[in-house]
Design a protein around this ligand. Structure first.
Ligand code: NAD
Length: 283
C-alpha cells in the first residue's frame, strides 16, 4: 500500500506557484483574491485564515470581507459586484455555508465567471461537464492532481464516488468522466452502498461521516481517496474511511489529515494565478 501524500505534493506545487507569482509581478500584475465570509462559524473562519496565510506565503494579495450573520442578501451581492469590477482582484471566493436566510445559489451566480476561482458558477460547471477549459472546483481538482502525480490513470477504471454535492461529488464525476473512467455516484438515497463500493477499482468518498467506508466494503487492491473531514469529540481529525483497516487491503490511500485537504488550498492558489495570468494576457 502506498500513501498518497497530499501535504508533500501541495508544498511542491506552492513552490512552483511562488515562482509564477514572481513572474507575474515582474509584469506588474499582483494576483489578488477576495474572500467573503458571513457569520462566525468557527470552522469557516479557520479555513479562511488558512487560505489567507497560504496567499501571503506565495505573494498573492488577499482581502477578507467579514460580514455579520444577519447581513442582507443585497449587501453581500453588492460587495461581490464591487469585487467583480475591481481590476486588482482576480479571484472571488464566498466561504460556505452561508446563513439560512441567504440564497446561496443566487450569491454564487453573482460572482463573475471570470473570477470564479472556486468553480461554482453554473457557467463554469457547465463548461466542466462539456470538458472545456474552465475554473474547476478546488477539491476535485486537487484529487486529479494527486492521481496525475502518482501516475494513476482513471481511464477505464470503475470508480465509485460516494457523496454527490455540487462542490465535491458532481464535479469529481465530470472530471473522471472526462478522463474516461466509468463512474458510479452514490448519495444518501443509494439503496445498498456496499454493492457499489465493493465493485470499484477506485473509491472516492466525500460525505462527512467517520467510518462510513469500512474494510468489508472495499475491494482488495482498490485505490481509496478520502475527502471527508470530521472532527471527533476527542479533537482528532478523521476522514470518512476506516483508515487503519482499509489501508491494510488497498493499493493507495489518502490520509486525513495530509491528503486531499492541503491540495484544496493549493488548487485555490493555482486558480487565482490562472485568473491573474488571463488578466495579463487580456491586457
Ligand atoms: P454535503 O453535505 O453538501 O454533501 C454530502 C453528500 O453525501 C450528499 O450528496 C449526501 O447525499 C451524501 N451522503 C450523506 N450521507 C450519506 C450516506 N450515509 N451514504 C452515502 N452518501 C451520503 O457535503 P460536502 O460539502 O460535499 O462535503 C462532504 C465532506 O467533504 C465533508 O466532510 C467536508 O468537510 C469534506 N470536504 C473536504 C474538503 C477538503 O478540502 N478535503 C473540501 C470540501 C469538503
Amino acid at each position: 500500500m502506498q500513501i498518497l501524500d497530499g501535504k508533500e505534493l501541495s508544498t511542491s506545487i506552492k513552490d512552483e506557484l511562488k515562482n509564477k507569482v514572481i513572474k507575474l509581478k515582474a509584469e506588474s500584475i499582483t494576483p489578488g483574491l477576495a474572500v467573503i465570509i458571513v457569520g462566525d462559524d468557527v470552522a469557516s473562519h479557520t479555513y479562511v485564515k488558512m487560505k489567507e496565510s497560504a496567499c501571503e506565503k506565495i505573494g498573492i494579495y488577499s482581502i477578507v470581507h467579514k460580514m455579520p450573520s444577519d447581513i442582507s442578501q443585497e449587501k453581500i451581492m453588492e460587495t461581490i459586484q464591487m469585487m467583480n469590477t475591481n481590476p486588482n482582484i482576480d479571484g472571488i471566493l464566498v466561504q460556505l455555508p452561508l446563513p439560512k436566510h441567504i440564497d446561496t445559489d443566487k450569491i454564487l451566480q453573482t460572482v463573475s465567471p471570470d473570477k470564479d476561482v472556486d468553480g461554482f458558477h453554473p457557467l463554469n460547471s457547465g463548461k466542466l461537464s462539456l470538458g472545456l477549459d474552465t475554473f474547476v472546483p478546488c477539491t476535485p481538482l486537487g484529487v486529479m492532481k494527486i492521481l496525475q502525480t502518482y501516475e494513476i490513470d482513471p481511464k477505464g477504471l470503475d470508480v465509485c464516488i460516494v457523496g454527490a454535492s455540487n462542490i465535491v461529488g458532481k464535479p469529481m464525476m465530470n472530471l473522471l468522466l472526462n478522463e474516461f473512467a466509468t463512474v458510479d455516484i452514490c448519495h444518501i438515497h443509494t439503496k445498498d452502498l456496499k454493492v457499489h463500493v465493493k465493485r470499484a477499482d477506485m473509491v472516492i468518498v466525500g460525505v462527512g461521516k467517520p467510518n462510513l467506508i469500512t474494510v468489508d466494503m472495499v475491494k482488495e487492491g482498490a485505490i481509496v481517496i478520502d475527502i471527508g473531514i470530521n472532527r471527533l469529540e476527542s479533537g482528532k481529525l478523521v476522514g470518512d474511511v476506516d483508515f487503519e483497516k482499509v489501508s491494510q487491503i488497498c493499493s493507495y490511500i489518502t490520509p486525513v489529515p495530509g491528503g486531499v485537504g492541503p491540495m484544496t488550498i493549493a488548487m485555490l492558489l493555482e486558480n487565482t494565478i490562472k485568473s491573474a495570468t488571463q488578466r495579463l494576457e487580456n491586457a
